[in-house]
Design a protein around this ligand. Structure first.
Ligand SMILES: [Zn+2]
Length: 167
């Protein structure tokens, strides 16, 4: 059972149905879980909100933030929202550093994210590759600054585990 689970989703609601059970099992058994939303899914996964007359991008993000925060709280997890934009989700160098910082700071023993292929939603695969790069960056930087705390086996355990991606 994971003690420290980090879940990285491309969009702010992805974790709910893709990893909600795993998060709940972790926190119910005394573990700690953190959810990272790379974006709010404000363009591609907020269709209902855009039906409101006069809707704005900022308001959609605000609503999505509140929803994700409440969902994370219900699972006893905390939420880190990076607001990187969606459709397309694009991970530049600065964004990569921010993701790496979260991984390094949280020190997960399990890291969950999307699979590397999703024919219906390219943002999900983009999140996978970002997490893969950020994870190796965070463990490299850690091993140079705190080499005594990192063993090859613990570095291996930080490889992201993917959840099954569906449209
Ligand atoms: Zn998504």
């Amino acid at each position: 059972m994971s003690r420290r689970m980090l879940v990285v989703g491309a969009h702010s609601a992805d974790f709910v149905w893709r990893a909600g059970g795993a998060i709940a099992a972790t926190t119910a058994n005394g573990g700690v879980a953190r959810v990272v939303a790379l974006s709010y899914g404000e363009r591609g996964e907020s269709g209902e909100l855009w039906k409101e007359p006069g809707q704005t991008l900022e308001r959609v993000k605000e609503i999505r933030h509140g929803e994700a925060e409440r969902a994370a709280a219900a699972l006893d997890a905390d939420l880190v929202a990076l607001d990187l934009g969606d459709y397309p989700l694009e991970i530049d160098r600065e964004a990569l550093m921010r993701i790496a910082d979260v991984i390094r700071e949280f020190e997960p023993d399990v890291l969950l994210t999307h699979t590397d292929k999703d024919p219906f939603n390219p943002d999900h695969a983009e999140a996978f590759f970002a997490v893969e790069r950020a994870r190796s960056r965070s463990s490299r930087r850690r091993s140079s600054s705190c080499s005594s705390r990192t063993s090859p086996s613990s570095a291996t355990s930080r490889r992201p585990r993917s959840w099954t991606s569906r449209p």
